[in-house]
Ligand binder design. Structure first.
Ligand SMILES: C[S@@+](CC[C@H](N)C(=O)[O-])C[C@H]1O[C@@H](n2cnc3c(N)ncnc32)[C@H](O)[C@@H]1O
Length: 270
């Protein structure tokens, strides 16, 4: 692939998703896009770059962008945020008027392990008045999250066996989340670069292991947009390799809790 082709595909992916592809990722383009070239009968990456310059290639641009997302996830990933969540949710519930439904957003939810982990925490705490909203850029992973069916390999990563037995049913060699957990979560395609005002306020937002793929200005923009959707005493969880430092003034770390952030203007509530 020539340098111009790489640059134009990388610019398209960045504009559509925020994901930055540096030249050392050329191998990734080759491996991830090869099936698309084959399916579309496109001879090589240079020809693909030319096809993508056509404004009518919307579906192809979307397929290419989605193919370049990394959808790695697991149940109760990194542990600590879920330990904090177990302590946080009863506190938030206690601070809300009776009948208030706690709202939790798993932004960039991938195949749904994060959203269903949150659902299990809620069930274990006996909190019924709650809703989980899962969203991701990629249609394919949102469909999988909605389906709620996981392979043996996926349930073996991070899910304690007693939780597997309690909340999943075996089905044709795979594991389906119980209708109860499934009913707690709603999934939708949504771009983190978009406008989220219509979603309203969330008590908790998880946005983990996605900002690492963005450049600093995009990270800052997304963090500010998420901060705008957070309840005054709400918490935003970021991934272990992500921080707000130097990127936004609106969020501050929750003292002693790695990966948990609250609104700077309400730091006394954290
Ligand atoms: C590595 S996964 C993280 C999944 C989960 N949050 C976790 O930590 O296990 C990153 C996800 O971010 C999604 N993603 C990438 N860019 C996005 C964007 N601009 N808007 C929404 N989701 C995006 C990808 O499709 C992918 O599913």
């Amino acid at each position: 692939m020539n340098a111009d082709s790489f640059a134009s595909i990388a610019a398209l992916v960045k504009a559509r998703s925020g994901i930055v592809l540096t030249p050392d990722k050329e191998y990734m383009l080759d491996t991830r896009l090869a099936p698309i070239l084959k399916q579309e009968g496109i001879v090589n990456m240079d020809a693909l770059a030319i096809r993508l310059r056509d404004a009518r290639a919307e579906a192809l641009a979307r397929t290419v962008t989605e193919a370049l997302t990394t959808n790695e996830s697991s149940f109760f990933r990194d542990g600590k945020p879920f330990e904090h969540l177990k302590r946080l949710l009863p506190k938030l519930q206690g601070a809300r008027p009776p009948g208030h439904r706690l709202r939790i957003w798993s932004a960039a939810c991938s195949t749904g392990q994060e959203a269903y982990s949150i659902a299990m925490v809620l069930r274990e705490l006996g909190i019924k008045d709650a809703e989980i909203f899962g969203s991701d850029l990629s249609r394919e992973v949102v469909d999988r999250a909605r389906d709620g069916v996981f392979t043996q390999f996926e349930v073996q990563r991070g899910l304690p066996v007693q939780m597997l037995v309690k909340y999943f049913r075996q089905e044709s060699g795979k594991w389906r989340v119980s209708p109860d957990l499934r009913g707690m979560a709603r999934f939708e395609e949504r771009n983190l670069l978009g406008d989220h005002k219509a979603l309203g306020r969330f008590d908790v937002i998880f946005c983990r292991n996605v900002l690492i793929y963005f450049d600093p200005p995009t990270k800052g923009k997304v963090m500010n947009a998420l901060a705008a959707q957070l309840a005054p005493d709400g918490v935003l969880y970021l991934g272990g390799a992500e921080t707000v430092l130097g990127l936004t003034e609106r969020l501050v770390p929750v003292t002693g809790e790695r990966g948990a952030y609250g609104l700077a203007e309400n730091r006394s509530l954290l």
